[in-house]
Write a protein that binds this ligand. Structure first.
Ligand SMILES: Cc1cc2nc3c(=O)[nH]c(=O)nc-3n(C[C@H](O)[C@H](O)[C@H](O)COP(=O)(O)OP(=O)(O)OC[C@H]3O[C@@H](n4cnc5c(N)ncnc54)[C@H](O)[C@@H]3O)c2cc1C
Length: 412
């Protein structure tokens, strides 16, 4: 069979772009299909830790970084109780310039010969004898290659038509304003807010400068009934703007939104001739809904295996599965699985209990910043578990066995 490329990638989010850049740099003939008209003007997500900068190979002082934070504050919109997580627990956090980062990865890929086909909406994989041999897109177009990658987001067509499923698929819905014309913003501090209007999730404020911020909200529907009781996410952001003097006269520069999976990595994301990457595979840090760093990590590893497969001429299920095996053994994958289990358990808890009351307890000063950070990142140590058991036993018991299990697993 003649192929058009060594690797075909659906989607130009952080997962697809990083896979494309790295595959092309390794000498693989790379074709990228994207339904939109360009790689920019989309929501890539911007708050990252220094790990993302290392994966992207950019310096903190470069034009790709919009801002750097020395602390993050978690606060209740209802009571004002807060907890400060500073750099000693967090490491450095940065705000990317998503358009510039997207252009950087695209240009690197093109400089190594990758071809980008825009306005190309993938409809399905092409299967022959149980092997995926390419992708169909738009009406009747198709492109053939020995490895097809579904980096086409939470509602991946590649995933669906290749037959991958997640029995516990849990989605977080997000909405973001980029605001200009704010005043007196402290550019060194990012905020995460919880509150009864927010629901199961958080509202975030990431400054770009003293006058520009990202103001967003993400929430998980624990049940249809709970979701319908909440005000629309847009209204919650507007209320925040109205009630805070820093944003009262601000202008909305752009609006964007999207959906992030937060029940962890899907049970299987590789098969003969096909792999998923990024949101499509559930490779997202579940509690914070952070996917940029994890997508970079997954894309780099996938490209490395794509090169190995090309060298060996082996795209069997077992060979593609070696990527999945190595990926699952990483610390990042372990953390995603732990936070995914935690998030799943919390969403079940929230069906019948008030998660905001639990959050108030946390913000009320009973849990210190180190413990909170470890839980969010999914790598709680033994001392953290002891703290939780002694201080929060009743709450932790309520939040169910799944949550305990997720904490315990990450402690060993
Ligand atoms: C509001 C919001 C804020 C966020 N903020 C952050 C943050 O600050 N930090 C962080 O780390 N993460 C953040 N995230 C999460 C992060 O954005 C995602 O995890 C990440 O973008 C996932 O990357 P991806 O490449 O897997 O998928 P996506 O970014 O969803 O990209 C998928 C790409 O595939 C294309 N596509 C889809 N279907 C098809 C098709 N059929 N054919 C061809 N192309 C297709 C899409 O147009 C898109 O370009 C945020 C998410 C949201 C919703």
């Amino acid at each position: 069979m003649t192929f058009d490329a060594d690797i075909i990638i659906a989607g130009t989010g952080p997962a697809g772009l990083m896979t494309a850049e790295q595959a092309a740099a390794r000498g693989l003939k790379t074709i990228v299909l994207e339904k939109r008209e360009r790689v920019t003007d989309s929501l890539m997500g911007e708050l990252v830790t220094d790990k993302a900068l290392r994966f992207l190979r950019v310096k903190p002082s470069s034009e790709y970084i919009g801002n750097k934070y020395t602390r993050i504050i978690g606060e209740s919109l209802d009571t004002g109780a807060n907890i400060i997580v500073d750099r000693t627990h967090l490491g450095n956090s940065y705000l990317l310039d998503e358009d510039k980062c997207q252009e950087l990865m695209r240009d690197r890929a093109i400089s190594h010969g990758a071809e980008f086909r825009y306005r190309s909406r993938v409809s399905s994989v092409i299967k022959e004898d149980k092997q995926v041999v390419g992708l169909r897109y738009n009406k009747d177009d198709e492109v053939r290659g020995p490895l097809s990658v579904g980096a086409d987001g939470s509602f991946s067509r590649v995933s669906e038509t290749a037959g991958f499923t997640h029995p516990k698929w849990l989605l977080s819905y997000g909405y973001r304003f980029k605001l200009v014309g704010c005043k007196d913003i402290d550019p060194d501090t990012a905020y995460f807010y919880v509150g009864k209007d927010v629901g199961l999730g958080y509202l975030w404020l990431y400054p770009r400068s003293e006058s520009e911020i990202n103001l967003g909200i993400g929430r998980v529907p624990s049940s249809k009934h709970n979701w319908e009781r909440l005000p629309p996410m847009r209204d919650v952001l507007r209320k925040y703007m109205k009630t805070h003097p820093e944003t009262q006269n601000a202008r909305i520069g752009s609006v964007n939104g999207g959906v992030v999976p937060c029940a962890g990595i899907i049970p299987r994301f590789t098969n003969a001739g096909v792999s998923l990457c990024g949101n499509a595979a559930g490779q997202v840090s579940s509690i914070v809904g952070g996917g940029v760093t994890t997508c970079f990590h997954a894309g780099i590893m996938l490209a490395k295996h794509a090169k190995r497969m090309a060298d060996e001429g082996d795209y069997s299920s077992k060979s593609v599965g070696r990527y999945e095996k190595e990926y699952r053994s990483t610390k990042i994958a372990n953390n995603i699985s732990n936070t995914g289990k935690g998030m799943w358990a919390v969403s079940k808890f929230a069906m019948h209990n008030d998660p905001i009351a639990a959050a108030e307890l946390v913000l009320g000063g009973k849990l210190d910043a180190k413990v909170l950070n470890e839980l969010i990142q999914g790598h709680a140590g033994v001392s953290t578990i002891m703290t939780l058991v002694s201080e929060f036993l009743p709450m932790v018991m309520k939040i169910s066995v799944g949550y305990m299990k997720s904490v315990a697993i990450s402690g060993v």
